[in-house]
Ligand binder design. Structure first.
Ligand code: GTP
Ligand code: MG
Length: 192
């Protein structure tokens, strides 16, 4: 396989519905993060949790000696406009879905379809909270989302090994995608 010089950095966006575990994921992977969690004000969401991301999370980590800049989006629907802001210049994204209930997976499907409608970037879908008893299996999530099971990755965002595995797979996907684009460009050069 052809090789390419390593990218000088990668920007990866961590997104998904309210409370799916985006901030937890970035904290677990990076340790120290710049966060913007504030008290939840809406009555329904207050029943789910106390704090929510209102602007973005930021953390930096190295994978294969490449600096990775992780940006986490807010999950509340009223802050959805931030996704467009934060995805500018990204190389790929991690879409985190809370797999602990059918309702959360359905919520994830709607937002994932929306994400696909404006961004065709290398990404992975991580099914989080696999440590919670009664969480849906990947096969069940695959049926609900109408997506091949091979495209779903189990995640426990509270667990460092699990979170790092997801990040490594995402970086590999981005690097493979980069190589593929380069190969296509070379082919055109030879044909013309
Ligand atoms: N059991 C379990 N709980 C988790 C896991 N990941 C996150 N949580 C919990 O889920 C809740 C929401 O996590 P956050 O990281 O705040 O979720 P978020 O997606 O950043 O939420 P918003 O920014 O409000 O959209 C918290 O209580 C976390 O502790 C996990 O893998 N297992
Ligand atoms: Mg958050």
């Amino acid at each position: 396989m052809q090789t390419l010089p390593k990218p000088s950095y990668l920007k990866i966006v961590v997104t998904g519905p309210f409370g799916s575990g985006k901030t937890t994921f970035i904290k677990t992977v990076c340790g120290d993060i710049l966060g913007t969690d504030r008290n939840v004000t809406s009555p329904y969401e207050k029943m789910v949790k106390r704090k929510t991301t209102v602007a973005f999370d930021y953390g930096k980590v190295y994978v294969k000696n490449i600096p990775i800049h992780l940006f986490g989006t807010p999950g509340q629907t009223r802050f959805q406009f931030m996704i467009k802001v934060l995805t500018v210049g990204m190389h790929g994204y991690i879409f985190i879905i809370d797999g602990s209930s059918i309702k959360e997976v359905l919520r994830g499907k709607i937002l994932y379809d929306n994400m696909l409608s404006y961004s065709r970037y290398p990404h992975i879908i991580a099914i989080n909270k696999q440590d919670i008893r009664g969480s849906l299996s990947l096969s069940e999530v695959s049926k609900i989302m109408n997506i091949s099971k091979d495209r779903l990755y189990p995640l426990i965002a509270l667990d460092k090994n699990s979170a790092l595995r997801i990040l490594n797979v995402t970086v590999d996907k981005i690097l493979t995608h980069r190589l593929l684009i380069q190969k296509k460009l070379r082919n055109i050069r030879y044909k013309i």
